[in-house]
Design a protein around this ligand. Structure first.
Ligand code: ADP
Ligand code: ZN
Ligand code: ZN
Length: 739
């Protein structure tokens, strides 16, 4: 018999099936992990059996060795589907389904210290891969260590020793050569930070909750749409309990950032720690390995985790829940660039189990599907514990300037902060600052420059002093006078949290403040620690970016100030309004979750924008109806898909050549074969050079079907055929953002 094998490698040309002979007495099956001798290589490569057949048309070598671990047949199916849909290697997808600690030796690592040194990659993954591929790194042990860390972000030296058989000195050499670095981190082998003693029991459901719970049947996709506090989590808990009674496991995905002890504790309080596993990127490789085993053994029947937990080896999976389903973190921005929601949907169909998506502000695509009846809509309209939604007030910043207030904080917000300080209540100031986007706006009338072709806010590029559209590449000179009201009060947006903190300190010198953004949140200071400090030490004012928005519960916070709602309105992205509405609704949800009523102040130059207006009354339907019309007119998702072909190279001329050739290839086929799609010309990326690599991209708007999928796969093969020196091409389906 002959096995069809996929070599465990990210090298694009290896994304094929290779035949190997199955030795007489070797029990090889689909999903078996084996070692084979590949090409002229001295060291055996790992491979995964994806098919078995009578004989091969080639002369084939035998499989060398069979590993104990294997992969479920269903997972092979899933990996093949993913590789096709996301145009990547099957082995890249299979890796997500292997136990943490990819190599042959799966020994349980023991980490004793509370504070340990973690080793992480010091270079870009692609760069390391390149050095491995072109032989710059020769030592097999060094390669093993690097490959291990590419697959397991955080690992201790002990982890590395156990999983790869490399010694500390190999790690030290790699550190010396600049491939790795050491960081210190507090780690607990048991990811449950503290004991939860108090047990909770099923609550008596409200009528709405009851209807929703009873509607969720054996299989199918459901959208549970309910305002924050409407009791979605209680429904999840009771669904999981139902599954447990039938001896089935459940996977619940939550956004990475809200995978806090608070979230997990609610599940521990209901079901106890023994049958719960958590999976997320902050765990060390050893911890992840233990959690993985707990799931695989069937001990943990409740799996709570971030995106990649969808691949957990749940025994007898009976239910998938995706909470905050609109969250961006469900889409992977690394290869394989999968969408966990799509993967969940595939799994739910494959296993004939229900998939429940929950949100207070559903993704436009999900709600559209629900409207069309492709998924079942379940609505919760009331808050379960009778808490009232916070009062939202919109402040028109154009008036502030007219009244001589140049500060980032309006008079009204200043007054409200003062009131809060007096009664010792806490305040959150939220500054939306995504990506690198900066834009210019008239401070008198709120005018921003939009691309005439794409209706997208143009982004300011400092180096060239130009405005550019991130979709089509259209350029314009910057304006110094407002074309609408002729004011010369043009403002460049992009102010940071640091400046905001300075202003707060000078306005309220006696207040205690804490700042949370990418600069203050590092590996050492987790955002969890900052939030704990804010809560426990009763700090007056928390200043932060997106990170403060999600799923936290601060009973003492009664005031939330949104400093500039406009920065998310002008993202240079077709999702700008959707993201603004979601963010504002979520931020508002942070205020007044305790017994005190909450106030929210939203500062903006665009008080008439519908995303802002409807978030004030927290009316999702009104927002959705307006937005969906626009999407339809302008042909944006859900009415089409957006595909981004990312290209990069160390040499600009090389990159331009690749871009031109690929574009010509695609254009010719699109015309000849009458594809009904929109292919834009290649343009430099918004950030057009990262780590010495120039970056260009090409955008396609289309309905992503098999035909387009094949076209793109062919295009990628065309690129591989070009045999370029340093160029890389990545294809991404419906990316989170375009900046
Ligand atoms: P969501 O997940 O939609 O934000 P939760 O499930 O967290 O909502 O519920 C919000 C609050 O209401 C929680 O404190 C929860 O304990 C409470 N709650 C939920 N359902 C009920 C119910 N049926 N009866 C009483 N309180 C409830
Ligand atoms: Zn103006
Ligand atoms: Zn444009």
């Amino acid at each position: 018999m002959v096995a069809e094998i996929i070599i465990n490698s990210s090298v694009k040309v290896l994304n094929r099936i290779f035949d190997y002979e199955i030795p007489e007495n070797m029990n090889v099956q689909i999903g078996s992990r084996v070692f084979v001798q590949f090409g002229n290589k001295k060291v055996p490569d790992e491979g995964i059996v994806v098919g078995i057949k009578e004989k091969s048309e080639y002369k084939v070598k035998p499989i060398l060795r069979l590993q104990e671990e294997s992969i479920e047949k269903e997972n092979i199916e899933l990996a093949k589907w993913m590789a096709k849909r996301y145009i990547c290697n099957v082995s890249d997808c299979l890796k997500l389904m292997l136990p943490p600690g990819t190599t042959s030796k799966n020994i349980v690592a023991r980490v004793k210290e509370k504070c340990i040194n973690l080793v992480t990659l010091a270079k870009d993954v692609d760069e390391i891969q390149e050095d491995i591929d072109n032989g710059k790194i020769k030592s097999e042990k060094q390669k093993n260590v690097l490959e291990f860390l590419i697959n397991n972000e955080n690992a201790t030296v002990q982890d590395i020793e156990l999983f790869t058989d490399a010694s500390r000195s190999i790690v030290n050499t790699l550190i010396k050569n600049g491939y790795l670095e050491q960081v210190e981190q507090k780690v607990e082998r048991n990811p449950f930070l503290h004991k939860v003693e108090k047990r909770t029991f099923d609550l008596n459901l409200t009528d709405e909750q009851k209807t929703a719970l009873e509607s969720i049947k054996e299989k199918g996709e459901y959208l549970l749409f309910g305002v924050t506090g409407s009791g979605k989590t209680e429904i999840y808990l009771q669904l999981i309990e139902k599954a447990l009674k039938e001896n089935k496991s459940s996977i619940m995905l939550v956004p990475e950032i809200s995978l806090t002890p608070q979230t997990v504790d609610r599940f521990i309080a209901r079901f106890g720690e023994e049958q719960i596993a958590v999976l997320h990127s902050k765990l060390s490789a050893g911890e992840r390995f233990d959690q993985w085993n707990k799931i695989k053994d069937g001990r943990a029947k409740i799996i709570i985790g971030a995106r990649s937990a969808i691949f957990a080896p749940a025994v007898n999976l009976g239910l998938i829940i995706i909470d905050e389903e609109h969250d961006e973190s469900y889409k992977s921005e690394m290869t394989p660039r999968y969408d966990a929601k799509e993967v969940a949907s595939f799994l739910a169909k494959q296993k004939e189990i229900p998939l429940v998506l929950g949100s207070a502000t559903p993704d436009m695509n999900s709600y559209y599907k629900a409207q069309k009846g492709e998924i079942t809509l379940l609505t919760l309209t009331k808050r379960a514990n009778n808490a009232s939604l916070p009062q939202v007030e919109i402040i028109d910043l154009r008036n502030e300037l007219a009244n001589g207030n140049k500060s980032m904080i309006s008079k009204k917000l200043q007054e409200e902060i003062e009131k809060n300080l007096l009664v010792k209540k806490q305040t959150i100031l939220f500054l939306n600052r995504r990506g690198f986007s900066t834009f210019i706006m008239c401070r008198d009338c709120g005018y921003t420059v939009k691309c005439k072709r794409c209706n997208i806010t143009m982004t300011y590029h400092k180096n060239e002093n130009k405005l550019k559209c991130h979709y089509c590449g259209y350029e314009e000179n910057i304006v110094t006078e407002c074309p609408d009201c002729h004011s010369k009060n043009i403002k460049y947006f992009g102010a940071g949290t640091q400046r905001l903190e300075d202003e707060v300190k000078s306005l309220f010198p006696d207040a205690t403040t804490i700042r949370m953004d990418v600069d203050t949140v590092s590996k050492k200071n987790s955002h969890e620690e900052i939030l704990d400090k804010f809560r426990n030490e009763n700090i007056d004012i928390l200043i932060g970016t997106q990170m403060v928005v999600k799923g936290h519960h601060f009973p003492n916070v009664t005031l939330v100030g949104v400093i500039a709602a406009d920065s998310s309105l002008n993202l240079g992205d077709f999702k700008a309004n959707e993201k603004t509405f979601q963010t504002l609704t979520q931020v508002a949800g942070r205020a007044g979750r305790g017994e005190y009523e909450g106030r929210v102040i939203v500062q903006t130059y665009n008080p008439d924008n519908y995303a802002i207006e409807y978030s004030k009354i927290q009316d999702y339907s009104l927002f959705y109806n307006t937005e969906i019309e626009l999407r339809k007119q302008l042909k944006y998702p859900p009415f089409c898909d957006i595909i981004v072909i990312d290209m990069s190279a160390k040499n600009l001329a090389e990159l331009q050549k690749v871009a031109k050739n690929l574009h010509t290839y695609l254009k010719t086929r699109v015309i000849n074969e009458k594809f009904g799609l929109l292919l834009y010309s290649p343009v430099p990326c918004p950030v057009d050079k990262i780590k010495d690599r120039y970056r260009w991209r090409m955008i396609i708007k289309c309905k992503y079907d098999d035909r387009v999928n094949n076209l793109l796969t062919d295009a990628l093969n065309e690129f591989i055929g070009m045999k370029t020196k340093t160029a890389r091409v990545n294809i991404e389906l419906n990316p989170n953002n375009m900046i």
